[in-house]
Design a protein around this ligand. Sequence first.
Ligand code: ADP
Ligand code: MG
Length: 416
Amino acid sequence: MSETPATPEIMVTENTVAEAVATTGPTDQADQADFIASFRALYGTEPEGVWAAPGRVNLIGEYTDFNDGFVMPLALPHVARAAVARRTDGQLRLHSTDVPGGIVQLAVDGLTPNEGHGWAAYPAGVVWALRRAGHKITGADIQVTSTVPTGAGLSSSAALEVVVALALNDLFGLGLSAAELAVLGQAAENDFVGVPCGVMDQMASACCTDGHALHLDTRDLAVRQVPFDLAAHGLRLLVVDTRVKHALGDGAYAERRAGCEEGARLLSLGKLRELAYEDLPDALARLEAAGADESVVRYVRHVVSDNARVEQVIALLDAGDVRAAGPVLTEGHTSLRDDLRVSCTELDLAVATANAAGALGARMTGGGFGGSAIVLVEESDAEAVSTSVLDAFAAAGHSTPGIFAAVPSQGARRLV
Ligand code: ADP
Ligand code: MG
């Protein structure tokens, strides 16, 4: 069983810019019928339903979630879907249309963290997390398919976790809220798959709504739907998937996380979230006086300033001044590049090129070291900006990025 599924084709990006700025809907009816038929062919039974959960981009607030801070993701039209039927014999059968290989079969009471299982660890981890929380899951047949590009920083893993959690919640009558399902998805990824991640991705996939960005306070998971109707403002939010993933990213996340914890400890804070932006200069001076590593100083500056940028963007959106959020996104990128140092050549090129070509602002989104950047542009400039980015990548000898418009979409839901 291969670890990495083929990246689902979301759009053509070669040199066809008109297509490059098109949006991608989740599925059509014919596709849905095929998906159900493939479940039937695979398992010899009918699915009891089909569910969908989206990937996301984060508008602003990066590396803030493990500091109890603020984030502001929006759901993409791209979704993971799951067709599911309950079983009563304690067996879990898993299949993905996006991964070569057959059915993965596991006993629910034999699920053990960090045992491998490749992609199947994500859905299996959800079953494990539900059972650990005391919910009775007697087995299931699950087939998944996804239009969320994998490993592009668009949270295909969270989409997969949340869609499975929602399906099992409905079928087994667990009565869990969207936020509770998100937390269980995060637990699956942290404790079963073994990937440290904050709760933003799962919360975005579970809780976002059409036409809104989600203001999430990661301290208590309080959410507010902030209207973000790009079309009404004549704007587009482009996603530039660089299609690269630098290996450096794996250790870097844990290192940034440890650095932030060290900063909080030296400042006698529980979490960096408690530090107000006005108090940042004083706090940085205290860190230096306490002999903190210079990296810790930079990490604290990033986290506290990015939390402030979330507040700033929300105030602008609430005031209907969406364009003015552009420069704040670019400031966020500079902070991620220079203070947190989680960007890379390709992301920096996408941001610099887009801005030089007339974008209102741009930043990397997600964990960095590859993955995707977002670009806020006037609708009328979207094509020219996309062309500039494609040309710059070609001139630099990078692989062709995928570019599409992020339309703020609905979070996890039942389709059938
Ligand atoms: P991201 O969440 O940014 O896309 P991750 O590395 O966190 O990247 O998660 C990607 C992994 O999630 C894949 O390698 C695979 O194991 C799993 N995954 C995502 N989508 C699918 C899918 N459609 N089918 C099977 N596994 C998937
Ligand atoms: Mg992920």
